[in-house]
Design a protein around this ligand. Structure first.
Ligand code: PPS
Length: 300
């Protein structure tokens, strides 16, 4: 299934046809979740692969055997991808670990009433848009990125593939969703204190770990370990689909890289849109400017 130039439009959002069909998207909305399922939810480029690695490592008590022998899309498949049903049937993980980029207004109803454990991963949207921009350059199933300012404009309008970042984070972290078994953790928290983040996730998943096991999780989910892990770094994906000469999936793994791409003017524009779109939100962000310097210094 190549369909590299196909775009699926579903409920007004665009999805790459290489990974999605209208059928696979429809099926996702009707998925019968089990109370034992672990669901990793994120807007693209927010730390999804990192959380897949963390959850895999927690489930195997720090033993990297699974995370180093099974690709991330098999051990934690995306609910909305066309291969999902086949992969899940042969799933090597118990409990099942399911990943999704779908917004809450689409997936919320399927989760309603389920006790599935949702882990929502967010990231500073300025770093998200920069990471997404670079990813568009290497992923041949995504549209041309264009210039960074054009791309940023599309991000802020919510017209990029997978939809609007603002709707995504507000939808999933709204009080209604929060009551429904949801752990919200940010990329910045993971960067600043990975040990604490692993403990938070393991305690949420009711899989307490011994100190040595936490140490092993920390070691195997580091940026450098994952960059070398073919089961997480996407090097298994054919050149025709991801052009590894044009960039790496495991690109920088840093906080604050947006400062290398945003001009002062773009930053002011971003801040204006952010303020207006988030004015109805009470979320507090770990990427608050006050803490950013500290986070950047601590990040590898
Ligand atoms: S995707 O395509 O939506 O699944 O992408 P996603 O995994 O959400 O995000 C990719 C970015 O996460 C970075 N990453 C990490 N950073 C720090 N430590 C670890 N272990 C790690 N694993 C993945 C990855 O490098 C991408 O960010 P950028 O800023 O592009 O480097």
């Amino acid at each position: 299934m190549a369909r590299l130039d196909v775009v699926e439009t579903f409920h007004g959002l665009f999805f790459p046809g290489h990974l999605h069909t209208l059928d696979s998207l429809q099926l996702a909305l009707k998925f019968p979740f089990r109370d034992t399922d672990i669901v990793i939810v994120s807007y693209p480029k927010s730390g999804t692969t990192w959380m897949q690695e963390i959850v895999t490592l927690i489930s195997s008590r720090g033993d990297p055997q699974m995370s180093q022998s099974v690709p991330n899309w098999t051990r934690a498949p995306w609910l909305e991808h066309h291969y999902f049903t086949a992969v899940l049937e042969a799933s090597p993980t118990t409990p099942r670990v399911i990943t999704t980029h779908l917004p809450h207004h689409l997936l919320g109803p399927a989760l309603q009433g389920s006790k599935a454990k949702v882990i929502y991963v967010s990231r500073n949207p300025k770093d998200v848009v920069v990471s997404f921009y670079h990813f568009h350059k290497m992923a041949n199933f995504l549209p041309e990125a264009g210039s960074f300012s054009e791309f940023l404009n599309r991000f802020l309008e919510g017209t990029l593939h997978y939809g609007c970042w603002f709707d995504h984070i507000k939808g999933w972290t709204s009080q209604k969703a929060a009551l429904n078994n949801l752990l919200h953790i940010s990329y910045e928290e993971m960067s600043m204190d990975i040990r604490g983040a692993i403990k938070r996730v393991s305690s949420y998943l009711q899989s307490p770990l011994l100190e040595d096991e936490v140490n092993n999780c920390v070691k195997h989910c580091s940026f450098s370990s994952m960059k070398d892990n073919k089961m997480a770094n996407y090097m298994l994906v054919d050149e025709a689909i991801m052009d590894h000469n044009k960039g790496s999936f495991m690109r920088k793994g840093k906080i604050g890289d947006w400062k290398n791409m945003f001009t002062e003017e773009l930053n002011q524009y971003f801040e204006r849109v952010f303020e207006s779109k988030m004015k109805d939100s009470t979320l507090e962000f770990a990427w608050d400017e006050k803490r950013e310097e500290e986070l950047m210094n601590k990040s590898h």
